[in-house]
Design a protein around this ligand. Structure first.
Ligand SMILES: Cc1ncc(COP(=O)(O)O)c(C=O)c1O
Length: 202
């Protein structure tokens, strides 16, 4: 059973150090007041006052197994004990096994996995691989999108976070998603979406 304890001294210190030294992404720093989180378990996290929150968003849609799943925690500890880091030129049992498991789930003949440190880096490499492989330059990306904060990934991004980085990487063309819910063409159903797309042209 997890204990939710009150620790106002730590909360005060976290708030003070955070506001003095932590630059939070995509925020006007003077206008934010980040919630100090003391811990989490399953579908909940809690603050230093012991107030519990239901984490409907799985943080940023990445804790889908739940917070502090015992198998995940045990696997992280076991690996940290055994081998914390290995450079990319070497092979490793965990990397090889994970790549095989992903390839088994991936459709068609997708057999190779390229590991990166996060989403933006994955998209950067995807852009370069696709351009090298096809010999073509143009990349289509939806306006209703976020692809990461690095130079190429923010060029792909359709939402206003891209604006400050323009002119960014050349060759990216944005399109309105064929999306009946909150349609860019004010379409009420799929037939109207199709019509809107035809009018918008290729
Ligand atoms: C759809 C999507 N792509 C890319 C990214 C960028 O990932 P990262 O922050 O790991 O670089 C995010 C992050 O929120 C995302 O939601």
């Amino acid at each position: 059973m997890v204990r939710h304890f009150v620790d106002m001294e730590t909360e005060e210190r976290v708030r003070r150090d955070d506001r003095a030294h932590v630059f939070h992404s995509w925020s006007a720093q003077g206008k934010i007041n980040p919630l100090p989180v003391a811990g989490a378990q399953g579908c909940e996290f809690w603050d230093y006052e012991g107030k519990r929150y239901l984490d409907f968003a799985s943080q940023l849609v990445y804790t889908n197994l739940g917070h502090q799943h015992p198998k995940v925690v045990a696997a992280i500890k076991e690996q940290a004990d055994r081998l914390c880091v290995i450079q990319p030129a070497f092979a490793n049992d965990r990397t090889a096994e994970l790549a095989r498991l992903i390839a088994e789930l991936a459709p068609g003949d997708l057999e190779m996995v390229f590991f990166t440190n996060g989403g933006a880096e994955a998209n950067e490499n995807a852009m370069r691989l696709a351009r090298m492989y096809t010999g073509r330059h143009k990349i289509l990306a939806a306006y209703r999108s976020y692809h990461g904060a690095t130079h190429g990934a923010i060029s792909l991004t359709g939402d206003p976070r891209r604006w400050a980085s323009e002119p960014a990487v050349s060759g990216v063309v944005h399109f309105c998603g064929p999306y009946p819910y909150r349609s860019s063409f004010h379409a009420k159903d799929e037939a109207e979406v199709d019509h809107g797309e035809r009018c918008a042209g290729p």
